[in-house]
Design a protein around this ligand. Structure first.
Ligand SMILES: Cc1cc2nc3c(=O)[nH]c(=O)nc-3n(C[C@H](O)[C@H](O)[C@H](O)COP(=O)(O)OP(=O)(O)OC[C@H]3O[C@@H](n4cnc5c(N)ncnc54)[C@H](O)[C@@H]3O)c2cc1C
Length: 489
């Protein structure tokens, strides 16, 4: 077993989207973080392809927007329903993403169609660019013990076993989470709803299908629809259909039979099809009773399973990972006390529950077209600053942000000895767009969630009280601006 150059403060189990996002949020704050991943190579199945608006905002904040976008399918974040892929009788449907025009009003970025097997390496490369990062691949977490001082995690790599200690453990180890099981956290919900056969194939389908491509094609047939997804910028597609694993096995679907099914779904009888990979998966909907057991947290699919409907599984996992990562980083840096960690489950479990429940409905059972609003409802609105390329969201950093109207006192007395607080005096138009009066001010968390708004410039004690709600100790009435910067608008 390799030795670690830096003893980890946090161990993250699983290098999927949830684990990597949590790990990045921690190492960006300098917290020594070890990711343990049992796989040695990426999954051959692209899985999620819908990367939503809020996820892309996080990627933008980390400077990863272009890298993620470079793996995108050239197409729209819309769905399509029709009898075959090439039929002229199809209808465009919403995938729960905003139109390009709506996205431009709401955000400095847009959602995209990009496969999970492109996103994960981008996240891993970014994680490993930090000196606080370490990773063990081909290594399985087989158990752990936890007490009030920390965790001791048991690892298996080949025939070798070892243990590693840390202050906290994050289970981002997917639907069959070992961490969740060892924590004794039960799951509830409808459970398994349908069984699907999943096929990854290469075919020059883009030559036959109308442009721009859609992110999802649902073929109307007798019974449940067949689904086709473009999964890269070239010719790789995924095809899935319901099947009955109690009566059939994968051996009943040799490549030639699958190729025929794909040709008939495509509506292109002589389509050249190269089957790359076949497997099965279940549409499952359930959620963990709780997201934390002492020093152990669970995020992503380990905490909730949702069907692919609505494209929320990976996005919710990423938002969980980010939420826990910044909060745990704050606590470990001594910026906030443990009470901040209680807000992880309080804020994220209702989102997991909502998305899990929504994913049990098919697209003809509920209108998904405005779902994207829920992910951005709690953050400050996006407004372009006068320079035309900086968004209000770009003002957010590791610490706290105070945005004031043009008449705001700058620098405000910012009474916190530990946390960097950026004070940004807005121009009149931006302040107006945020409904901040000339003397108004707004205190904002690093994830963009406003903590407090004031119509008149707040004094130090008012700011102290607002900051204290985050579990941050502040010197009462001590107008210290230590480590704070002033950014002028
Ligand atoms: C067909 C399909 C289509 C989908 N489409 C979408 C979509 O369009 N949009 C969307 O948002 N979501 C979609 N999803 C869901 C999405 O893929 C998952 O929600 C997402 O992968 C969850 O990420 P995660 O990091 O929580 O877990 P995972 O991606 O499952 O990662 C868990 C990681 O932990 C590792 N691991 C597990 N146990 C251990 C252990 N004991 N020790 C060490 N490592 C371990 C695993 O190897 C894995 O790498 C889709 C899923 C499927 C199956």
């Amino acid at each position: 077993m390799p030795t670690l150059s830096t003893p980890p403060t946090v161990i993250v189990v699983g290098a999927g989207p949830a684990g990597l996002t949590a790990a990045i949020a921690l190492v960006r704050q300098g917290i020594p973080t070890l990711v343990v991943e049992r796989r040695t190579a990426p999954s051959p199945f692209p899985r999620a392809t819908g990367v939503n608006l809020r996820t892309m905002e996080l990627m933008r904040a980390w400077g990863l927007e272009q890298s993620v976008r470079s793996g995108a399918v050239a197409g729209e974040t819309t769905g399509w329903v029709g009898p075959t892929l090439v039929s002229p009788d199809g209808t465009e449907v919403s995938m729960g993403f905003p139109s390009a025009a709506d996205a431009a009003l709401l955000s400095p970025t847009t959602g995209i169609i990009a496969p999970q097997d492109h996103l994960e390496p981008v996240l891993m490369e970014h994680f490993l660019s930090f000196s606080a990062a370490s990773v063990l691949v081909g290594t399985t977490v087989i158990g752990f013990t936890a007490d009030q001082d920390g965790v001791i995690v048991s690892l298996r790599q080949g025939d070798e076993r070892s243990t590693v200690r840390a202050a906290y453990l994050i289970g981002a180890d997917g639907a069959r989470s070992t961490v969740r099981r060892h924590s004794g956290i039960p799951m509830r919900g409808p459970g398994e709803l349908a069984a699907y056969l999943a096929v990854v194939f290469h075919a020059p389908l883009a030559e036959f299908v109308d442009k721009p491509l859609h992110g999802l094609y649902m073929l109307t047939r007798q019974g449940p629809p067949w689904v086709f997804l473009p999964t890269d910028a070239c010719d790789r597609w995924a095809f899935s259909m319901t099947w009955d694993p109690t009566r059939e096995t994968l051996a009943d679907y040799p490549p030639e039979r699958l190729a025929e099914l794909i040709r008939s779904g495509a509506g292109v009888p002589d389509l050249e099809v190269d089957i790359a990979w076949v497997s099965d998966f279940a549409f499952t909907a359930e959620i963990a009773d709780r997201y934390r057991e002492g020093r152990v947290f669970i995020v992503g699919d380990a905490a909730h399973r949702m069907t692919p409907r609505g494209a929320t599984g990976m996005n919710t996992a990423i938002h969980d990972g980010y939420d826990l990562g910044w909060k745990l980083g704050w606590v470990l840096r001594g910026w906030a006390d443990e009470s901040l960690l209680d807000t992880f489950e309080a804020e994220r479990r209702p989102v997991g529950l909502r998305n899990m429940e929504r994913s049990t409905h098919s697209s003809d059972q509920r209108d998904v077209s405005k779902d994207y609003l829920d992910d951005i409802a709690d953050r400050v609105p996006h407004v372009w600053l006068p320079d035309g390329h900086t968004s209000t969201l770009d003002l957010l950093g590791d610490g706290l942000l105070i945005m004031t109207g043009p008449g705001g006192h700058a620098p405000l007395p910012v009474p916190t000895p530990a946390i960097p607080v950026v004070v940004h005096v807005l121009d009149p138009a931006t302040a107006d767009a945020l409904h901040l009066g000339v003397d108004g001010a707004m205190l904002v968390r690093p994830d963009g969630q406003p903590i407090a708004r004031w119509d008149v410039s707040p004094d130090a004690s008012i700011i102290s009280s607002a900051i204290a709600t985050l579990g941050v100790a502040v010197g009462e009435h001590t107008p210290v601006v230590e480590r704070a910067e002033l950014v002028l608008g």
